[in-house]
Design a protein around this ligand. Structure first.
Ligand code: NAD
Length: 359
């Protein structure tokens, strides 16, 4: 019996979590789900969108799986997702993007793994609000030290990238490549423009790469990387990126395999792991039993592999491949416009998967 923290999240989170539980239970792996709520509702009730009880539960169980959590735009509390990654030092975000036969997409045979640094960069949360005293002081300080003028009516977000943070994420990417039989790691950056942050990322990435002669290494500038992924995705294998580019490229890669409904993820640190889909809380679909549960179910597959439950993971992957190829028990986002059959709901997808797994 495994004790796993389950954060259902909000928006579509609870319904996809319910679907995921059905599928995992069908494998026979015994899990005691320790349910911990977080997010806006919890903020109104408990005064904190990420109460310490959630962190404590994950620290105790070491492994968690979560649904998406809405982040208010521009105002309100900081992203619970970002805070969680920082609180548990989940420094590596792993997002595999692999094509399924029959999925509605322009591309075939995509097999990419995006490894995103999770704790630094513009997501570090070091921000200065327009017009505040500290912000104006910072603007003066920058001008006095660098001679660069920043407009007084600016808001400022700081982009820290360290040797420590880069070293461990690039090492993680190479170790991942070795363990998973991957051939190449590509570091993605904008070192030509941001010489002291992305430039440092690239310099450290090159140093780490030199310790892994068995794995090919190359680097790409992020804008070129976007074009390359759209034109020749088959040339790429494992990508390692600072936080912001990693976030954006993850969605691009998800688009290549048929959309966010199919893109799982894991946030991993030295001690804890939190599995979650790449997509957000899609509030407009909340409670409609409409959205695709594959991404959270594939996140559970990653979790089962992390726990060493490879047979159960394979069973679920096999069932998903079968359901997608048949194209019958899939949600609206996986249907092409010329398909005369109707999509099914979130729970019906889970039931179809559970039936295959049990058979
Ligand atoms: P989103 O991922 O929720 O939605 C983007 C598009 O994809 C929408 O059209 C949505 O309907 C669709 N979509 C998403 N998941 C789907 C699924 N499972 N099946 C079918 N279609 C799906 O992104 P957004 O609209 O930018 O963000 C909504 C909220 O989610 C925001 O508050 C954002 O901050 C939050 N968010 C949370 C996480 C997380 O919890 N890790 C990640 C991303 C966004």
């Amino acid at each position: 019996m495994y004790n796993i923290t389950l954060i259902p999240g909000d928006g579509i989170g609870p319904e996809i979590s319910e679907a995921m539980i059905k599928v995992v239970e069908a494998t026979g792996v015994k899990i005691n789900w320790e349910i911990q709520n977080a997010g806006e509702e919890v903020y109104f009730k408990e005064g904190d969108p990420l109460p310490y009880r959630v962190i404590e539960s994950i620290k105790k169980n070491k492994v968690a799986i979560k649904g998406p959590i809405t982040t208010p735009v521009g105002t309100g509390f900081r992203s619970v997702n970002v805070s969680l990654r920082q609180a548990l030092d989940l420094y590596a975000c792993v997002r595999p993007c692999k094509s399924f036969k029959g999925a509605k997409t322009k591309y075939e045979n995509i097999d990419l793994v995006i490894i995103r640094e999770n704790t630094e960069d513009l997501y570090a949360g070091v921000e200065f609000k327009k017009g505040e005293k500290e912000t104006l002081e910072l603007i003066d300080f920058i001008e006095s030290k660098s001679g660069k003028k920043i407009r007084k009516d600016s808001g400022i977000s700081i982009k820290p990238i360290s040797v420590f943070g880069t070293e461990r994420i690039v090492r993680f990417a190479f170790e991942y490549a070795r363990k998973n039989g991957r051939k190449k790691v590509t570091a993605v950056h904008k070192a030509n423009i941001m010489k002291f942050s992305d430039g440092l990322f690239l310099e450290v990435a090159r140093q780490v790469a030199s310790q892994y002669p068995d794995i090919e290494f190359e680097d790409k500038i992020v804008d070129n990387m976007c074009m390359q992924l759209v034109q020749k995705p088959e040339l790429y294998d494992v990508l390692v990126l600072p936080n912001l580019y990693g976030d954006i490229i993850s969605d691009l890669a998800a688009g290549l395999i048929g959309g966010l409904g199919l893109a799982p993820g894991a946030n991993i640190g030295d001690e804890y792991a939190v599995f979650e889909p790449t997509h957000g809380s899609a509030p407009k679909y909340k409670g409609l039993n409409k959205v695709n549960p594959f991404a959270i179910i594939l996140s559970a597959v990653m979790m089962l592999k992390h726990l060493g439950e490879f047979k159960a993971a394979e069973k679920i992957e096999g069932a998903i491949a079968k359901v997608i190829e048949e194209g019958k028990f899939v949600t609206y986002d996986m249907k092409s416009s010329d398909d005369p059959t109707s999509p099914v709901g979130t729970q019906e997808v889970a039931e179809a998967l559970a039936k295959i797994i049990r058979s």
